[in-house]
Design a protein around this ligand. Structure first.
Ligand code: FES
Length: 95
């Protein structure tokens, strides 16, 4: 599925955790640390396509809260998984 991260296009299949693709995705300017939802450096905003992504886990919500990312559209990039393919595209931007 088409995923646009900071303007760079990726083709990411359903079911793959974005943290597993961190070496690719960091080329679009997303910073990764732990890749398992603990450090919070990979926070980004989901501009489009949130309805096609997994819900945040309780652990992800704890980390988001800890780093002050309290807006509904903010997620940890490493924890994203595409669950539905009926969006045209997913658009993600870091700050
Ligand atoms: S890389 Fe650490 S929370 Fe995503």
């Amino acid at each position: 599925m088409k995923v646009i991260i900071n303007g760079k296009e990726f083709d990411i299949p359903k079911g793959v955790k974005f943290g597993e693709l961190s070496h690719e995705i960091e080329k679009a300017g997303i910073e990764f640390g732990c890749t398992d939802g603990q450090c919070g450096v990979c926070v980004a905003r989901i501009i489009k396509g949130m309805e096609c992504l997994n819900e945040p886990s309780a652990d992800e919500e704890d980390t988001l809260w800890r780093v002050g990312a309290v807006d509904e559209d903010q997620r940890l990039t490493c924890q994203l998984i595409i669950e539905k393919e009926d969006c045209d595209e997913i658009v993600i931007e870091s700050e």
